[in-house]
Design a protein around this ligand. Structure first.
Ligand code: NAP
Length: 450
């Protein structure tokens, strides 16, 4: 069978699992992995919460994958800026976009852009030292923060805000964020869900992680909530949601804790008040059963939650990329089993997708494994059918920083961490660039040596 040369764009879990899958096929002779950052692993590095270092260990497994001699890292190369997608497609038999969903789903209410009101992606990127987010500023010298949305990202952020800097000092969290935590005056974090406890988006595992270490309260429903809504709010249609309801009922206060998280349900945000923020106006919701889907509808009962920080944790969206179709309603690239489609619904031959840009922002890291397997199976099917386009152009993308450069950066970060009693202290983008330049020069010198 014909040999296959593939480009993978994005080195997060989706891209790494795609490479792992590609490696298992002998006719895959070469894979180039592009990422705009100098550090691979995407959300494993810059999304997973610092106190979940065990989850971040998956990067050791991905590192093994990247050491395959057929795989070449091309870090610090951004598709659309340094090379066009069209040029990339002309160079490889197949291009897999594993570019994730980097944009915040907008919280479309008045005042959402006021000072002190932020998309949660900015906050997560800030405490994880993502180069695009290190310059954000968050005022933690406020008594109450509200997180809109109650998914696992909201719980990650709540745990961070409830922690002391000493509890996180050993991790790879940014020094700036740890310093802000040291002077934080936050006593209460309100986690706002527009539907009921039965529809809470967080997982039972993450809720357990929260209640085991932190003070958690579940706010009772207001007396005026109608009976139909009360019933729907407690509907648990899966064993997981039944278990979550049980956990919420049995959560007990801890003693000697000065900060707490409070879950409010049946509350939807309608206005961020003040600039800088002084509060969030919310409407009580009524639940309706819309053809089997429980939906929240705002009622006329409103109240104000006083808060100096509002974080919008209402999901993410993919970013359109020149040269690929984009579905604005889902924030994904339209596809069938990972085969990208054109805007008029035809197969966009040679272009594939995996991860959040393919299926939307849902699922845990491991979900990307089956997602990538499906996409790679589609590529191999197309190869067998002879429907892959033939590459027509020479490679004109920048070489980028390779595995040697990343190894150099990784060692530098670990050494800094070791010296400070931490797992890792991340390098800034400029420092990574400098390390990558040294690695490239050394490789050039070694090649030039007779
Ligand atoms: P998510 O689980 O989809 O939660 C989004 C939350 O925002 C839901 O509570 C949703 O409420 C709410 N929401 C959406 N639009 C809203 C609006 N206009 N007004 C008010 N509330 C609104 O998203 P996520 O927390 O960003 O997580 C993304 C994925 O990553 C999830 O699959 C998650 O499990 C995964 N993840 C996993 C981990 C882990 O396993 N440790 C950690 C982080 C993330 P409705 O339910 O009513 O729509």
């Amino acid at each position: 069978m014909k040999e296959l040369r593939v480009a993978v764009v994005g080195s997060g879990p989706a891209g790494c699992y795609a490479i792992e899958e590609l490696r298992s096929h002998s006719n895959v002779v070469h894979v180039d992995l592009f990422d705009r950052l100098y550090a691979p692993f995407g959300l494993v590095r810059a999304g997973v919460a610092p106190d979940h270092q065990d989850t971040k260990l998956i990067s050791n497994h991905f590192s093994e994958t990247l050491r395959d001699p057929r795989v070449r890292l091309r870090l610090g190369v951004e598709i659309g800026r340094d090379v066009t997608l069209a040029d990339l497609r002309a160079t490889y038999d197949a291009v897999i976009l594993a570019v994730g969903a980097p944009l915040p789903h907008p919280l479309a209410i008045p005042g959402s852009r006021s000072l002190g009101s932020h998309p949660v992606a900015d906050f997560v990127g800030w405490y994880n030292e993502h180069p695009n987010h290190v310059d954000h500023e968050f005022n933690l010298k406020v008594r109450r923060a509200v997180i809109v949305g109650n998914g696992n990202v909201a719980l990650d952020v709540a745990r961070f805000l409830l922690s002391t800097p000493d509890e996180l000092r050993w991790t790879d969290a940014s020094d700036t964020a740890l310093d802000a935590l040291a002077t934080s005056e936050i006593e209460e974090i309100v986690i706002l869900g527009r539907r009921g406890p039965g529809q809470a988006a967080f997982s039972s595992a993450e809720f357990m992680g929260l209640i085991q270490r932190h003070e958690v309260a579940v706010e009772p429903f207001a007396s005026e909530v109608d009976e139909g809504t009360r019933v729907l709010a407690d509907v648990a249609d899966t064993p997981e949601s039944a278990f979550k309801l049980e956990l919420m009922r049995t959560a007990r206060p801890l003693s000697g804790v000065s900060k707490r998280a409070v879950f409010h349900f049946l509350s939807t945000p309608i206005e961020v008040v003040g600039n800088p923020v002084t509060g969030l106006r919310v409407a009580q919701t009524e639940l309706v059963n819309d053809h089997g889907v429980i939906r929240a509808v705002a009622s006329s009962t409103e109240s104000l939650i006083g808060a100096g920080l509002v974080l919008h944790s209402v999901g993410f969206r993919g970013q359109p990329l020149d040269g690929a179709a984009f579905d604005v309603s889902t924030g994904t690239i339209p596809n069938e089993k990972g085969r990208a489609l054109t805007s008029d619904g035809h197969f966009d031959r040679g272009l594939y997708v995996t991860g959040w840009i393919k299926r939307g922002p849902q699922g845990v890291i491991g979900t990307n494994r089956t997602c990538a397997a499906e996409t790679v199976a589609s590529i191999l099917e197309d190869l067998a059918l002879g429907t892959l386009p033939t590459p027509t152009a020479a490679d004109n993308a920048p070489a980028g920083a390779d595995l040697a450069a990343w190894t150099r950066i990784n060692i530098a970060e670990r050494n800094r961490g070791r010296a400070a009693g931490r797992v890792r202290v991340k390098l800034s983008h400029a420092e990574m660039h400098a390390e990558a330049t040294v690695a490239t020069r050394k490789a050039g010198d070694a090649k030039a040596r007779p």
